[in-house]
Design a binder for this molecule. Sequence first.
Ligand code: PAF
Length: 366
Amino acid sequence: MLPQASLSRLVSRAAVRSLRTAAAETIPSTSIKVLRVVDAVRQWRKPHMTNFRSVGLVPTMGALHEGHFSLIRAAARENHHVVVSIYVNPAQFGIKEDLASYPVTWDADVAALARLDREFADDGANLGRISAVFAPSTAEIYPSGFPGQEIDSKGSFVTITPVGEVLEGASRPTFFRGVATICMKLFNIVQPDRVYFGQKDVQQTVVIKRMVKDFMLPTEVVVCPTTRESDGLALSSRNVYLGTRRRHVAIVLSKALRAAQETYDCGKLDRNDVLGAANTVADTMLQAQMELPPNQRVTWEVDYISLADPDTLQEVDAVDPAKGAVLSGAIKMLPVEEAQNGEDLGHSGGPAVRLIDNIILPPKAQ
Ligand code: PAF
């Protein structure tokens, strides 16, 4: 028999636990649970382990758009239950980045999830429905305290190198440490059979696949195609920062990458040929902008346009036709130099916006 002291400790722990998990909120007029603590997710997850109901996780930072919806639709086609996590993870923002102004649109996000779930109910093609939103606080997700955003912050981190150090990782040295750490936490909490990521963040997908492989995580990483606006701009929660003028010109990156892809499709494999085509488009478009007056033009800096190995993301001198390659780029759209009267400059007054995009060059038939 347990001594009285241990017994009451156990009882009070159970009481705290049930208080924390009781009365789960739901999104109005749906059965989608809003879970805010780890215990509640674990309690929700447990029965689905034994009744063989599959769970697909779509990790997000909110500000949901069509790109996220396509991931959620894919998850509902392939799993009995879909969990969407909404958490703006400070660890993946550099100290000078846009954490404070990152769009937080909770009401619109839950309304969109309710709409999507109704769509799933009406559409017999889906296996599953949206069962839960996991929206933890920073105190919940970093139980030993938030370790900080600095490069030399101390804490429990997951680092996936060297693949997380190149490209985006070179300009944002804490980014993939933050992403891998939060994804490891989310995967451990939700224990999903499948996790869904967009190809738009191609390096993120390579980092996560490597993490799943090297840490033997029992989940399948599903990568879904990039969702684009009709003019080719890849959807991103950060596009709201652009405003009308910069939005028109933001297609420069996708246009440049498409020019490089066409060169590859025409049979060129050499780096100079493939990337030359992309750089010509970017340079020509920038020159055209520079001929406009400051109250009309848009300017940007190219961070990188890369041709890299699909598994390691190391730069290649030529595409290996048996493997293909990843063509990717990042540009910084600079704030407009001179605003016009009443001009829509975008969310938070139109700060500099980092845009990324990529195209996978498939292997050539031998
Ligand atoms: O792609 C994102 O929105 C984030 O990097 C992710 C995967 C939700 C981790 O915070």
